[in-house]
Design a protein. Structure first.
Length: 219
């Protein structure tokens, strides 16, 4: 789960992590942007001091304790300087690993040379972000593995695909007034019901409807 900046300082991070564990989350990302944060591939990002975020990572680790929960430390330092941003980001990633993150995530590298540098110079497990239209070139999982990455995330792929589908079908409705000639681009009523597991909810509804009838009959 992407948890942005963790909700505040080191104390806030502890509460946030404990809440996530209680909710059943398997892990989270914590990033070193200043609030209000931005998408990692946007301009104008600001970051907090490295030592401050390292303290938040250490605080999160203490909150995790023996729980089965993965902590990924993200840094957005690459975007802060064309000259020193990458080296700063690599240094921050290693500092956060020393603070006991399980993996590091250097956001928004610009090319394959930068990706290879991150893969060679950062410690431990590495995360890479594949954002369609972002500043990082797209690669296959095999190519990223060869560069030294272990976990690949596609944060907006489903959203972008959904947005395009919505625009297309609404354009069809605007122009034609019907979707009758475009049904192959849509899911069916039955497919959607299966997707949301409608039968299980109908069974639950039936169970409590029968319970209500039994109570009314008893009294």
């Amino acid at each position: 789960m992407h948890n942005d900046t963790g909700g505040g300082n080191a104390l806030n991070v502890q509460r946030t992590v404990k809440d996530l564990i209680a909710a059943g989350a398997a892990g989270c990302f914590l990033e070193d942007q200043a609030c209000p944060k931005k998408c990692g591939h946007m301009h104008g990002k600001q970051i907090i001091p490295a030592e401050e975020h390292a303290a938040k990572i250490a605080s999160a680790r203490d909150a995790i304790g023996d729980s089965d929960f993965v902590l990924v430390a993200r840094t957005d330092a690459r975007a802060t300087s064309a000259k020193t941003g990458l080296s700063d980001a690599i240094a921050r990633a290693n500092l956060y690993m020393e603070a006991r993150a399980d993996a590091s995530f250097v956001e928004a590298p610009r090319n394959d040379n930068e990706l290879k540098q991150i893969g060679c110079q950062t410690k431990g497990y590495r995360v890479c972000n594949m954002l369609e239209g972002g500043v990082t070139p797209l690669y296959t999982p095999e190519e990223l593995k060869a560069m030294g990455f272990h976990l690949i995330v596609h944060p907006l792929t489903a959203l972008y695909a959904s947005a395009r589908a919505l625009v297309d079908v609404l354009k069809t409705l605007k122009e034609s007034g019907t979707t009758i000639d475009h049904l192959e681009k849509m899911g069916t009523f039955e497919e959607f019901n299966q997707l949301v597991n409608l039968e299980s909810w109908l069974e639950i509804e039936g169970r409590y409807s029968n319970f209500k009838k039994a109570v009314e009959k008893k009294y």
